[in-house]
Design a protein around this ligand. Structure first.
Ligand SMILES: NC(=O)c1ccc[n+]([C@@H]2O[C@H](COP(=O)([O-])OP(=O)(O)OC[C@H]3O[C@@H](n4cnc5c(N)ncnc54)[C@H](O)[C@@H]3O)[C@@H](O)[C@H]2O)c1
Length: 370
């Protein structure tokens, strides 16, 4: 039986991980530490909290006293660090917040784990797993092979730079103090509980509410799409099978440009409305409610500064050594995601706050058009 501390468990991937873990390992104790920024939503964990399957603690990973006290009280043997500022556009607006949480916060957690676990941490089976991103590797040329674990770091945005710095700190703690750490660098996740500032849920909600679908630049930025359930399974495999000190790249194996993915969402929403007349009554502003196509809402806007053109992850190593294979095809994963948002309107209505609406208005102001 493990005792897990999951940081950032009220965010998109963290919440999916909590649902996954409590189903896959019901005997384990799971404590979530999350400061509930705009991106953290207790609504994503409510069912697990109410059922006593996880225990929620509100707090900042950068608060050394709070983190130390929590480790002393809960005595976790496993820390999975999801907590982060995660949105590239926001990192361009305010990089300092990204350094505070992603860099200093990670170091505070590492130090607390080192002190709590002592020099015998590895022998006692303790593990610090850090969740990172493929964005640390920078942008790939159109015909280049995917990022491997030995691709040099070349982060482009303040977000990616802060994640790269955190990865270096995790490696430094593993090397200097023999802290048993692992890192996973994964590609773009999608699925349930994703906050609507990110491309897929933003487009799904805009399609339902008849707002334009902002396409950055030419929309041909290629991403490697990973269903969040596959990512959760990959982390489970790493915790179970990987020796400490290893880094693992995790990709979905499907590279597709943003504009194509957005087009697929339009078609899925159109098809859902055609199959269910009640949707037109629930979402009368959607073009699909009037028999139109969501594609009419697609609009090119000025590209993000320094926008990476292509990410693609080579998952060969985790496949060969740990037996990981992404099991969700993009078409099926997108369809399931669209249906999840259609049937969880309460969730997305509850997480879209005034702060988010102001950010949205700033980000997609009319002058942002090319
Ligand atoms: N979403 C992706 O596609 C993706 C891809 C690669 C890597 N990642 C990484 O996975 C992790 C999770 O990403 P996500 O998309 O779920 O992010 P998210 O923004 O949805 O969630 C982040 C969570 O961390 C919490 N948090 C933020 N600052 C905190 C702090 N100082 N102390 C405690 N909690 C804090 C937030 O409240 C939120 O619940 C991040 O580390 C991110 O860099 C995400």
């Amino acid at each position: 039986m493990r005792r897990l501390l999951v940081t950032g468990g009220a965010g998109f991937i963290g919440a999916n991980f909590c649902h996954y873990w409590s189903a896959a390992h019901p005997a384990d104790r799971v404590v979530v530490l999350d400061s509930l920024t705009y991106a953290g939503n207790l609504a994503s964990l409510a069912a697990l909290i109410d059922a006593g399957r996880i225990h929620f603690v509100r707090g900042d990973i950068g608060d050394a006293e709070r983190v130390g006290a929590l480790l002393a009280a809960e005595r976790p043997d496993t820390v999975v660090n999801f907590a982060a500022e995660s949105h590239v556009d926001r990192s361009i607006e305010d990089p300092a917040a990204f350094l505070r949480t992603n860099v200093t916060g990670t170091q505070v957690l590492l130090e607390a784990a080192r002190r709590a676990w002592g020099p015998e941490a590895a022998q006692r089976g303790c593990r610090f797993h850090h969740v990172s991103t493929d964005e640390v590797y920078g942008s790939l040329a159109p015909d280049a092979a995917g990022f491997t674990e030995s691709t040099p770091y070349a982060p482009s945005s303040p977000y990616a730079a802060s994640k790269a710095a955190a990865d270096h700190l995790v490696r430094a703690y593993a090397h200097t103090y023999r802290l048993p750490c692992t890192i996973s660098n994964c590609s773009n996740n999608y699925g349930p509980y994703q906050f609507p500032e990110k491309l897929l849920p933003l487009c799904i909600l805009n399609l339902l509410e008849g707002r334009t679908l902002p396409i950055y630049g030419d929309g041909l930025q290629i991403r490697d799409w990973l269903h969040v359930s596959d990512h959760c399974r990959a982390i489970d495999l790493i915790l179970e099978k990987s020796p400490p000190g290893e880094t693992w790249n995790v990709g979905g194996g499907t590279q597709e440009p943003n504009i194509i993915v957005v087009g697929r969402l339009c078609d899925l929403i159109d098809a859902a409305f055609a199959a269910d007349a009640a949707l037109a009554r629930r979402f009368p502003h959607s073009p699909a409610a009037r028999g139109g196509s969501g594609r009419s809402l697609m609009q090119h806007v000025r590209d993000r500064p320094g926008h990476d053109r292509r990410y693609a992850v080579d998952s060969g190593r985790i496949r060969a050594r740990l037996g990981f294979q992404a099991g969700t095809a993009l078409a099926a994963g997108l369809e399931a995601t669209v249906h999840w948002y259609l049937s969880h309107e309460d969730w997305w209505q509850s997480v879209v706050s005034g702060e988010y609406r102001q950010w949205y208005a700033r980000q997609y102001a009319p002058q942002a058009r090319p």
